[in-house]
Design a protein around this ligand. Structure first.
Ligand code: SF4
Ligand code: SF4
Length: 294
């Protein structure tokens, strides 16, 4: 929604000699209802990547500036979720206008809501509500804490940048490559992946031309094409690049991990590749190598 798969960068007309820079229409204004805490964190990461540098991305910031985010904390994690071990859920701490926690118990079905911004407080004041008592607030907190205790997966997070940097020549990459189809699904569903490429198109007369920005994937052969060829020609090098950036070098670039533990890359991998299991396999190979050295 905030970083669209396709966006027009400019268009040009030969007949009029005009060039129009930017999208054809004004950016849409979104109210995003039911955003899970992992995705709220992912939006924060995209803010850092796409607006935190010297040149803010106009497509992203045009949508982001007008967005209103209503987060819903998780009380029922999915089988592929591991946000708790990434410190990105299941509770929402910041980055929302309103946050809600759903409670269903003997006292009925209700939401405990809290405002994160003045705009959130304004909306809250407009809907029927009453002040939550201490017991209700405690129950909402307990429901979120309980969700953290039964996540479907766990990511070993200790020293991941070092683990990935030290695993550059690991034999495990060949093992992953024997299963990975380099389809790029994991990058398409990842809420923090942001890479793009550009496409130039013309109409049939050649009088009208446009340049579009479209999502790209580090699994595509062309992604690392420099003069003369692609740098990462093998599947193993492309998987290694993705996971090493996401969990390792992202820290150097943006000051945090690039993974929020949403589990989508696991759910949508046609080969059943699980990022938490691959990290665990790399860690156990590293431990074995360290033991051999000792
Ligand atoms: S979704 Fe799975 S098979 Fe496809 S590129 Fe990612 S890890 Fe490889
Ligand atoms: S790497 Fe996988 S689990 Fe982590 S944020 Fe991306 S899709 Fe979610």
């Amino acid at each position: 929604m905030l970083h669209p798969p396709r966006a027009r960068l400019w268009s040009a007309d030969r007949a009029t000699g005009s060039v129009e820079v930017g999208e054809a229409a004004a950016p849409p204004r979104y109210a995003l209802l039911g955003v899970r805490p992992c995705d709220v964190r992912a939006v924060g990461m995209l803010d850092r990547v796409l607006t935190g540098g010297q040149h803010a991305d106009p497509v992203y910031s045009g949508r982001r500036d007008g967005a209103f985010i209503i987060a819903v904390e998780c009380t029922e994690p999915g089988a592929t979720c591991f946000c708790a071990s990434m410190g990105c859920g299941p509770g929402a701490e910041s980055g929302f206008d309103l946050a809600m926690t759903e409670l269903v118990d003997s006292e009925g079905h209700r939401f405990v809501a809290r405002a994160g911004t003045p705009a959130g407080a304004e909306l809250l004041a407009d809907v029927p509500s009453r002040a939550a008592d201490e017991a209700t607030i405690r129950r909402a907190g307990a429901a979120v804490d309980e969700a953290a205790d039964h996540m479907g997966r766990t990511m070993p997070t200790q020293g991941l940048p070092q683990l990935l940097a030290g695993s550059r020549e690991s034999p495990h990459w060949d093992d992953v490559a024997s299963r990975c189809l380099t389809c790029g699904n994991c990058t398409m569903v990842c809420p923090t992946c942001f890479c793009t490429t550009t496409e130039d198109v013309t109409d049939l007369t050649g009088d009208h031309a446009e340049r579009w920005r479209v999502w790209d994937s580090c699994y595509a052969l062309d992604f690392s094409y420099l003069h003369g060829g692609s740098v990462r020609t093998s599947g193993q090098s492309r998987y290694r690049q993705w996971i090493s950036h996401k969990l390792g070098t992202w820290h150097d670039q943006f000051g945090s991990s690039g993974c929020v533990g949403c589990g989508r890359c696991i759910a949508w991998c046609p080969a059943g590749i699980d990022i938490t299991q691959e990290v665990a396999a790399l860690a156990s190979l590293q431990d074995a190598a360290d033991a051999d050295e000792d």
